[in-house]
Design a protein around this ligand. Structure first.
Ligand SMILES: Cc1cc2nc3c(=O)[nH]c(=O)nc-3n(C[C@H](O)[C@H](O)[C@H](O)COP(=O)(O)OP(=O)(O)OC[C@H]3O[C@@H](n4cnc5c(N)ncnc54)[C@H](O)[C@@H]3O)c2cc1C
Length: 429
């Protein structure tokens, strides 16, 4: 690039695993970079379930984006905003606050909850796709425990403490395991007024096994571990509807459950793409070639969960995992910076899930691990993936403290205006 030549404007939408890894590595002397995100922090979805189950403080897994981009020197501007539209003809990204022009656009907006057309569920169930959703879930669980502890009527108590997780993927298995642990170790100690038999935890999965993206052995071990935590696992059952606290399954079975946590599906984050005929691919994702370029759109790339690339090894697209997002962010930075341009290839480092204390399953390079060793590997991998030494130490300390004491200081019911004390003068419902 010649001196005084204007720099190319690169706009990156989404500061998750894909977007942040890209922005950190883009050549600031070459590009004028803008990062846009609806939040001013980078969240860590693999540990949202621990926020929801009061195992971790949300601030220990949330990282200010401004600080993260400053660490790599000047040259990146952060814009807060929810991107509702990209106008391809005018080459602008449109948020509720402004229009941001681009020469190159990188979409790294991830996915959102998929309710498969049952939009009524949005209001009725709890989800784990963002830090806010995890906090909402935590508050609901704690609020229910507090109310059950002062409820003299056993039937009402049982209703308050009826939890159902829909979806047996990693997120569903992990939150069900955390609830099982809570029932077994925490309630007895913090809420002695609630008899254990009044607490019911159920997991409903449509397919014939849990963790269907992992090995058969991992599925079986996860099933066994959840059973040992007294979680009632129902396989090959699909939820049809949820009304008045009753879940109706496809076979007509009715199950009463006052709190439902939905982890059953995701879909590409929606936003309008105007000035083009390009349509979304499977899972509402943007179809890309092996260089992360959105097919049919010049100068626009999609990385992470929002991108969909078919390859001979992954004919149904890459799995929606943090590792894919991180690797694509790094790959695209290298390519845009002018590095070698071999197609992107995902290097699978394995997958794992934890099912409470001392229990995890891991499939790494064709080998299966479970139990304590898998749990240690799981903890190590998550710790090193967290940004910043302060967060790593904070999370490690929290885990060690709860391991030895079965206690955390985080079971605080902190109500924002979105979550008033029920039945109080502020409760409009
Ligand atoms: C509960 C849960 C548990 C998971 N556990 C694991 C696990 O154990 N291991 C694993 O590998 N993967 C796990 N995943 C999947 C993993 O988190 C994703 O694959 C990964 O986050 C994808 O990265 P990304 O950068 O594409 O998207 P994200 O990390 O989702 O980042 C998207 C970013 O875009 C922003 N954004 C979204 N829409 C807009 C918009 N319209 N305007 C502006 N900004 C926007 C968001 O605020 C966010 O910062 C889990 C996911 C969830 C939800």
């Amino acid at each position: 690039m010649r001196e005084n030549e204007p720099k190319e404007k690169v706009v990156v939408v989404g500061g998750g695993f894909a977007g942040l890894n890209l922005v950190k590595r883009l050549d600031k002397s070459r590009f004028d970079i803008s990062l846009v995100d609806r939040n001013n922090y980078h969240g860590f979805p693999p540990l949202f379930y621990q926020v929801a189950s009061s195992g971790l403080d949300p601030t220990s897994i949330s990282f200010p984006l401004r600080r993260e981009i400053k660490k790599r020197g000047k040259g990146v501007r952060f814009h807060i905003g929810d991107v509702a539209e990209v106008d391809v003809t005018r080459k602008v990204v449109i948020t509720q606050y402004e229009e941001i022009p681009y020469d190159k656009l990188i979409l790294a907006v991830g996915t959102t909850n998929n309710f498969f057309g049952n939009d009524k569920l949005i209001e009725q169930v709890f989800t784990l796709k963002s830090t806010d959703e995890a906090i909402r879930c935590r508050n609901e669980i704690l609020d229910r425990c507090e109310r059950a502890a002062i409820e003299p009527d056993a039937e009402k108590r049982r209703r308050l403490m009826s939890f159902t997780v829909i979806g047996g993927g990693p997120a569903g298995v992990e939150i069900a395991g955390a609830l099982g642990e809570m029932k077994r170790y925490i309630l007895k100690r913090d809420y002695p007024e609630i008899p254990m038999e009044d607490v019911s935890i159920r997991l409903i999965e449509g397919s014939d096994r849990l963790l269907h993206t992992m090995s058969e052995k991992s599925s079986q071990d996860a099933f066994r571990d959840l059973k040992s935590l007294l979680v009632d696992v129902k396989l090959q059952h699909v939820m049809k509807e949820y009304n008045d606290n009753v879940i109706t399954l496809e076979d007509g079975t009715a199950i009463y459950s006052e709190m439902v946590i939905w982890t059953a599906g995701v879909t590409g984050t929606p936003f309008k793409l105007t000035g083009t005929e390009v349509k979304r691919g499977p899972g509402n994702r943007l179809v890309t070639d092996e260089y992360c370029r959105v097919k049919g759109l010049d100068g626009i790339y999609a990385i992470g969960d929002i991108g969909y690339t078919e390859t001979p090894l992954y004919p149904r697209g890459y799995p929606q995992l943090a590792q894919v997002a991180i690797q694509q962010g790094k790959f695209l930075a290298g390519m845009l910076n002018g590095g070698p341009t071999k197609p992107f290839r995902y290097a699978d480092k394995g997958s794992m899930a934890t099912i409470g204390r001392n229990r995890a399953v891991a499939d790494i390079k064709g080998l299966h691990f479970d139990g304590w060793w898998a749990w240690m590997v799981w903890m190590f991998v998550h710790l090193i993936s967290l940004l910043g030494m302060r967060s790593k130490l904070n999370v490690l300390l929290n885990w060690m403290w709860s391991y030895f004491t079965y206690n955390t200081a985080l079971r605080l019911l902190l109500r924002g205006s979105q979550y008033p004390l029920r039945g109080s003068m502020w409760d409009k419902n």
